[in-house]
Design a protein around this ligand. Structure first.
Ligand SMILES: *Cc1c(COP(=O)(O)O)cnc(C)c1O
Length: 434
């Protein structure tokens, strides 16, 4: 399958190159030249298929013969080792729980699939691949977990010392094995700068096979469409129109949904639910895209002022604002509204939701109030409430049960290497790294 750059439709690469490059040389993001659709027939029997079988059907339309079917099946089975169930709040509203993976957030789907895909394409290289990742918390742990024990690959994670939460730090520093955590005496921006400098350093690149695990990699996006199909498959009767509400920051999760839509998944509306960072709602209401500095909120994984996947969203709809508006609804909510929603969902449905999912609930409610109809509504719950237990417990008065896989990483001793934010120190570390 060929992929084009959102900056130039004539700049074409293979799927393999799109994965290895991450971002196009012209700075654009990769999208498939052709989106292969499903027949109506497929949606009649989709409910009889397993999550893995559905994912295989979706993935093969993006990858075609670049990964043979037999290998793709193995890759998917190794990625999807946990479920993505829909849990009903009432007869019309469901929560799609995307937090059953190792780091308790939906990013596990993308990170794991990308790790296995990279490892597949690099399987015959004799040099070991070194992945460098700068992280402010969540992404790093999902990526590290995705690459954990993947053959031929080592990961060096850089995180800002004292600037990630206790839970995040434990998740970053307790894997060991092929994962090394560097605790940088600086900010997230310093970490990112070190990684960029390393990629640009000729000497380093001569002795090390450096690769990025960039969040805009197409291999992180594709698996984020699997669970939309699988959620649809779980609906007992498919007699009503379907709406998805997606808590959004960089719009990667939403783009996964829009790809599913383009492949023919019968969805009436996608809702881009945002916190105070309201670039998408502003675009939907005005047609203007204005990047803003990000604002800190309690749904912090959505604190994004310049959503990186926006270029993909508009490209999927031929840059036609009116087409986008037909499919997308978007609204922004404050932290106070988010807290109120967490409390309301708990009181009304006995369900404990995290702050990100609560933003999804608010936007869904607003849509349902202004567009009455008969729908199956599905809210994507992007993180486990235990990851945000302080907020959740304060608002609901309930103790959040910590899943065992999180408890285990909280109990393990932390392993990190402290480094300054000086590039020479980082370079020396990499030169000597084995
Ligand atoms: C990353 C993240 C989001 C935002 O997803 P995007 O793909 O960046 O829009 C929402 N919720 C949680 C918990 C996340 O980790």
């Amino acid at each position: 399958m060929q992929y084009y750059s959102t900056n130039n439709k004539n700049n074409l690469v293979t799927f393999r190159d799109a994965v290895l490059k991450g971002i196009a040389e012209d700075g654009g993001l990769f999208l498939p030249v052709e989106i292969k659709t499903f027949s109506n027939e497929f949606f009649k029997y989709i409910s009889s298929l397993s999550f893995q079988a559905i994912a295989f059907e979706v993935a093969r339309r993006f990858i075609e013969e670049e990964i043979p079917e037999k290998d793709l099946k193995i890759l998917i089975n190794e990625t999807l080792t946990f479920p993505a169930p829909i849990v009903p709040l009432n007869e019309n509203i469901y929560v799609l729980e995307l937090f059953h993976g190792p780091t308790l957030a939906f990013k596990d789907f993308g990170a794991r699939f990308m790790a296995k895909t990279l490892s597949y394409f690099l399987r015959n290289e004799d040099k070991e691949v070194l992945i460098l990742v700068a992280t402010s918390g969540d992404t790093g742990s999902a990526v590290a977990n995705g690459f954990y024990n993947v053959e031929g690959i080592k990961v060096v994670l850089l995180y800002p010392s004292g600037k990630v939460s206790k839970i995040q730090e434990q998740q970053l520093t307790t894997l060991y094995g092929n994962i090394t955590a560097l605790e940088i005496d600086g900010t997230f921006d310093d970490c990112q700068k070190l990684v960029k400098q390393a990629f640009a350093d000729k000497e380093l690149n001569k002795i090390k096979n450096l690769t990025s695990a960039n969040s805009i990699n197409i291999a992180r996006l594709i698996p984020q469409s699997f669970y939309y199909f699988n959620a649809y498959a779980q609906l007992k009767n498919k007699d009503k129109e379907v709406i998805f509400s997606v808590p959004s920051g960089n719009l990667g999760n939403l783009t996964g949904g829009l790809l599913a839509y383009k492949m023919g998944l019968p969805v009436a509306k996608y809702i881009g639910a945002c916190n105070a960072n309201n670039v998408l709602p502003h675009y939907i209401s005005s047609g203007e895209f204005i990047a803003e500095p990000s604002v800190k909120t309690i749904s912090n994984a959505m604190d994004v002022g310049n959503p990186s996947n926006f270029a993909r969203v508009v490209s999927l709809f031929q840059n036609d604002y009116n087409l986008i508006k037909k499919v997308l609804f978007s609204q922004s909510y404050s932290d106070d509204e988010t807290r109120k929603a967490m409390s309301e969902i708990n009181k009304r449905y006995g369900y404990v939701i995290d702050p990100h999912g609560a933003v999804g609930y608010l936007a869904l409610n607003e849509y349902l109030n202004t567009h009455p109809g008969n729908y199956h509504s599905i809210i994507l719950e992007t993180a486990h409430p235990a990851k945000f237990s302080d907020e959740v417990e304060k608002v609901t008065g309930k103790t959040v049960q910590m899943p065992d896989r999180l408890k285990v990483s909280l109990e393990k001793p932390k392993h990190s290497i402290k480094l300054s934010k000086d590039f020479d120190d980082f370079k020396l570390f990499l030169q000597e790294f084995k």
